[in-house]
Design a protein around this ligand. Structure first.
Ligand SMILES: Nc1nc2c(c(=O)[nH]1)N=C([C@H](O)[C@H](O)COP(=O)(O)OP(=O)(O)OP(=O)(O)O)CN2
Ligand SMILES: [Zn+2]
Length: 142
């Protein structure tokens, strides 16, 4: 069985070196879909559930949304993006580092691994960057 919960968060980023408009600082209202899979719990307060939607929400909220929402997402290994982040941090503004470019592909994979590391039985993460563009990370599929 699978259950999916959907979240939204707003972040800014840029893709340094991009050959189009995305080299500029801009923002997205990201839509995040988190899928978890497992057998149904057989008895007790969570009977008939894979995972209580409320428990799923608490983990994603704490580990992803609270950290990425209204943050500047940046590639820690890119000098220009790191300089912007350092300037913002100097003004106590929120930033969130990744180890690669902040594309939807990199972010969906990163979010998957963060949630997995927090013991969530996540099987798929779909991240919408715009209403018409998403990336999906599902490790067993490639
Ligand atoms: N494969 C990817 N391509 C692009 C990414 C990405 O993460 N993965 N990201 C960008 C930019 O961040 C850009 O903000 C999004 O580009 P685009 O879809 O062109 O933006 P629009 O506002 O034009 O989207 P619409 O939904 O079509 O209005 C670029 N490419
Ligand atoms: Zn973008």
């Amino acid at each position: 069985m699978k259950v999916v919960k959907i979240f939204t968060f707003d972040s800014s980023h840029l893709l340094d070196g991009h050959d189009g408009k995305c080299k500029n600082l801009h923002g997205h209202t990201y839509k995040l879909e988190v899928e978890v899979s497992g057998e149904l719990i057989e008895s007790g307060p969570k009977e008939g559930m894979v995972l209580d939607f409320g428990d799923l929400k608490k983990i994603v909220q704490r580990e992803i949304i609270d950290k990425m929402d209204h943050a500047f997402l940046y590639n820690r290994l890119n000098e220009r993006e790191r300089s912007i982040a350092q300037m913002l941090e100097g003004w106590s503004m929120k930033t969130y580092p990744l180890e690669q470019r902040t594309t939807a592909e990199v972010m969906s994979k990163h979010i998957f691994h963060v949630l997995k590391a927090h013991q969530l039985p996540v099987t798929r993460v779909r991240l919408w960057e715009t209403p018409t563009s998403y990336s999906e990370y599902e490790p067993n599929v490639g």
